[in-house]
Design a protein. Structure first.
Length: 275
């Protein structure tokens, strides 16, 4: 977020690692965890919603094909925007608060919940949902590629429940799925971050998505749409490796115990074994 929205005329950070070092130096290690409250509150519901919608949509489509995997994932991505957009708005505002300051003398927001309450009081529901359209445009195809890649990777690697290397294979498949999904729509993530950060300090620069794209490109060229990509990919692999492996292993365990005889994990329905 810091890299995506920084002023090109007076940049604070030269790149991912300089940003990382600067935050620790100027704001202490706690600066790296600004805005953590919002993901902590929302990610549990988002992941539950995403995997639930994807699995049920895939069953409703009836046939496990690559196209249906993509469509089921896209449906999941679209629906979770309802939670994702306000969550990321609060996260973005919290992460930009007190940039470069070791101890904040005055805080606009005490925490993520306070941030959302104050935005709602000032701007109403429209303010809470700032960046909703850009989030929708980003998440819908992104989750389609997310689940499609995982499906293709697990097929190719032959992820079977009895395979002694199933965990590393699942981790690798999940990590690659995360990378592909971010690469597929990353420029829109830059636009979303800029729109959600717009208005901080009382100055509004953009009237909408197209205006943001036009002004960003005019001022900074095409490279603006890759801002922060390195840090995003460094995060994407371990996060999504852990997410997919945990969900799949949990469902494998539940099926082996016969506690959920009707439950088929969406991403790996194609597997002929108990997986």
């Amino acid at each position: 977020v810091r890299l995506q929205v920084q002023n090109v005329e007076k940049p604070l950070y030269r790149g991912t690692f300089h940003c990382f070092q600067s935050i620790i130096k100027q704001e202490s290690a706690f600066g790296l965890y600004k805005g953590i409250g919002s993901p902590m509150m929302g990610l549990t519901f988002i992941n539950a919603l995403v995997f639930g919608v994807q699995g049920n949509t895939l069953r409703a489509l009836g046939k496990d094909t690559p196209l249906n995997q993509f469509l089921a994932g896209s449906a999941a991505g679209a629906i979770q925007c309802i939670i994702c957009c306000p969550m990321e708005l609060a996260k973005t505002r919290m992460q930009l608060q007190g940039t470069g300051e070791y101890k904040l003398k005055t805080k606009n927001y005490k925490n993520s919940l306070d941030c959302l309450i104050k935005i709602y009081q000032k701007e109403g529901l429209r303010g809470i949902n700032r960046g909703m359209l850009s989030t929708f445009i980003r998440e819908t195809p992104s989750f389609g590629f997310y689940f499609l890649t995982y499906d293709c990777m697990t097929r190719y690697l032959g992820c079977e429940a009895e395979d002694s290397y199933v965990i590393p294979k699942l981790l690798f498949s999940g990590g690659m799925s995360g990378i592909v999904s971010w690469l597929s729509t990353y420029p829109m993530d830059v636009i979303k971050s800029r729109l959600q950060a717009d208005g901080v300090g009382g100055v509004t620069q953009y009237s909408g998505i197209l205006d943001c794209v036009r002004k960003s490109y005019h001022e900074e060229g095409w490279r603006v749409f890759t801002r922060g990509l390195t840090s995003t990919l460094l995060r994407a692999f371990p996060v999504n490796a852990a997410t997919f492996a945990t969900v799949t292993v949990f469902l494998m365990y539940m099926k082996s115990e016969d506690n959920l005889p009707e439950c088929e994990p969406g991403p790996v329905m194609h597997q002929p074994s108990s997986l």
